[in-house]
Design a protein around this ligand. Structure first.
Ligand SMILES: *Cc1c(COP(=O)(O)O)cnc(C)c1O
Length: 390
């Protein structure tokens, strides 16, 4: 559907965006080069000193990567985007690009464990302090901001692994520090945080954006000037995106809307089926009407996530049996791809967290995260139903 005044809808823009680098070719050329020849000293100097200089050296910029960045900026309604070698490359570059020793960060407890570990380890070592808040608690981020000292507020919504939501309007209304939302679980089709006033949106494009489990890629989108500043740091940090992965990222963008809608519809069907399974104690999916944040989800998500989490009555033993009994779905940690993947966060994605920190964000020993794939919905549902012990 297109929204008259606003122009083409995201599904259409996913097809039209990011084409300025490819001429009349329908897909962008793969610029598999690390370096370009220059026209002598003056030209070299110009390229070496330009912000985000194209056609100079691929750590600075690459036309294939640029095509992917343009597409993401378009979909997020942002002025610009900047791609990285991975989601964590993006996280590390933003945090170290903005924060210095003595600065303060407010972060949601509900975070990807790699981001959590980065804030606890390297940041602490560099003298950057962090206040942890419950991202689902109204007003928690705002209350934790220390004026003049807080440089960055980091949230993730929907969060990994339990799909908890952060109120994006509330986050976007914070003034002073920069606000960042890791929007990986939503994808640029499911929500657009910048429209809520958030400064930076971040994706592990490894997940739903690339969408085929065949690339490792990260991306941020936000104001042009801020991204130019972050680029100046990112060039030194060196976690630049590979043109090959960016090409796969752009290919993923083209089919993102249809994949995401399909997976999201299946995820809701699976969530409903799981709700009546005798071996399941609780289902965490914001698309379910009885989810505690369903109203907020309906307000800020333009389509529901392709992931859900379930709490097994039989704890870790039931989780082990389930993973061993899958026939269609697979035991693996990633998400957003064509294969339905099931993981046990307590012993995989979030194994680095202390038991009390796992408990604080609802990671029980019976919690399974499911990333719904593109198999026939009935096959996915039947598989999970047979695998989970009653
Ligand atoms: C996977 C993931 C990341 C890290 O991305 P990589 O591409 O694996 O570095 C960050 N945030 C979320 C929510 C993720 O799921």
């Amino acid at each position: 559907m297109s929204d008259g005044a606003k122009g083409p809808s995201p599904a259409t823009r996913a097809i039209t965006a990011g084409r300025s680098q490819q001429g009349s070719s329908l897909t962008p050329p793969l610029w598999a080069t690390s370096v370009w020849q220059t026209a002598g000293l003056d030209d070299t100097r110009k390229r070496a000193t330009a912000s985000r200089a194209d056609n100079f050296y691929s750590r600075y910029a690459n036309p294939t990567v640029r095509a992917f960045e343009e597409a993401i900026a378009d979909l997020e309604g942002a002025e610009d985007a900047l791609a990285f070698a991975s989601g964590m490359g993006a996280v590390a570059s933003v945090v170290f690009g903005l924060c210095s020793s003595g600065d303060h960060i407010v972060a949601a407890r509900q975070l990807y464990a790699g981001t959590n570990a980065f804030l606890l380890g390297p940041c602490a070592r560099m003298g950057i302090t962090v206040t942890w808040v419950d991202g689902t608690e109204p007003g928690a981020f705002t209350a934790a901001v220390v004026p003049g000292k807080t440089m960055l507020v980091i949230a993730e919504s929907p969060s990994n692994p339990r799909l908890d939501l952060v109120d994006l309007d509330e986050l976007g209304a914070i003034t002073g520090p920069f606000t960042l939302v890791d929007s990986t679980f939503a994808t640029p089709i499911g929500q657009q945080p910048i429209g809520h006033g958030v400064d930076i949106v971040l994706h592990s494009a490894t997940k739903g954006i690339c969408g085929h489990n065949d690339a490792t890629l990260g991306v941020i989108a936000g104001p042009r000037e801020l991204l130019a500043e972050l680029w100046a740091y990112a060039v030194l940090h060196g976690a630049c995106a590979s043109p090959f992965d960016a090409l796969n990222g752009l290919r993923g963008v083209r089919t993102l809307a249809v994949r995401h809608r399909h997976q999201s519809t299946t995820a809701l069907e699976l969530a409903v089926a799981m709700s009546s399974h005798p071996g399941v104690n609780a289902v965490h999916y914001p698309g379910l009407p009885d989810h505690p944040q369903h109203e907020l989800a309906a307000r800020q998500l333009t389509s529901m996530p392709a992931q859900l989490a379930i709490d097994l009555a039989g704890g870790v033993d039931a989780a082990r049996v389930t993973l061993d009994s899958l026939r269609v779905a697979r035991s693996a940690t990633s998400l957003g791809g064509p294969e339905t993947l099931v993981c046990h966060p307590a012993t995989s994605t979030h194994v680095s967290l202390l038991p009390e920190d796992q408990a604080a964000i609802g990671i029980t020993d019976g919690l399974l995260r499911i990333s719904v794939g593109l198999e026939e919905p009935a096959d996915i549902i039947a598989d999970l139903c047979q695998a989970i012990p009653s």
